[in-house]
Design a protein around this ligand. Sequence first.
Ligand code: NAP
Length: 301
Amino acid sequence: MTARVGLIGHPLDHSISPAFQQAAFDAVGIDARYEAWDLPPEQLEDFIAGLRRPDALGANVTIPYKEAALHHVDRLHETARFVGAINTIVNEGGHLAGYNTDVAGFQAALKDAGVETRGANVVIWGAGGAARAVAWALIWRGVNGITVINRTPVRAGRLRHDIAAAITGGKPQGVRLRAYAADHPDAIEALRLCDIVVNCTPIGMQRSAATPDQSAPETPFPVDPLSAGALVIDLIANPLQTPLMRQATTAGHRVLGGLPMLVHQGAASFELWTRRAPPMATMNSAAQTAMQAMQPIQDAP
Ligand code: NAP
């Protein structure tokens, strides 16, 4: 029996996960088919319920269902509970477990790139699901301070509050936490003082007819205030070089894009479904090939 597994989201036209996940199953010789499951919201609950069937391994979950999907599984891993979003569902004998492998994916990408975070002051630009995963990853990597900056200040404040609650709940101590609205003068000051800034917004993604926000600026924040040694991380995987990454490189900063995190979070999901070591070389090369094969995406008329 061919096992079923796939990616739940909408839209899925930019996703390279099916390419590198299928390559991984083929490489280790598991008879499974990884599909793209582009669903309207009204089908989400029933579709996830169907993952309890014996032929289903589980699923990945992406925008916009990472938070909604959390309510349709039977149990949550601790990290998923903190992040408040799941990107992986595992069918454990008819019971669905929800995980968030974005945290491990971000940590592994930092490790591969040799990024030292101990004692660092980090700006997280954005306060959605990805920002929450990045925050959780960073507090476990010994950062000195986290400043959350977001267009909608109440969401930035909520993330700061949740990190503080996790810390006082026995997690790593001594992290300095701040939160600002993106248009607050202290947001620019935080950029001036930071060692690392992480873009956790979709600003700079390939635009298409399916990506409605055509009025968004090219970059989420200016690079001029950053100090000379600051590292700029963009979680966006498509395109490989975002406008932010281009501007930061031109200004002499070290940059890290989102593709390594994307492959690592997928590899962690693969391991949860199969209990097998993910074939990283195969997954990386399939991801690179899929990116190269992707047609340039046109702006909507
Ligand atoms: P999300 O939960 O929808 O959050 C989006 C965040 O971006 C919010 O803070 C939102 O601010 C902000 N934002 C959106 N449009 C904006 C605009 N036009 N101007 C200013 N701020 C804007 O999304 P997410 O799941 O966190 O994902 C965010 C990005 O991370 C996406 O590009 C996604 O592809 C990427 N990501 C990459 C990986 C990877 O493996 N590389 C993994 C996860 C996510 P408001 O609160 O004001 O709405």
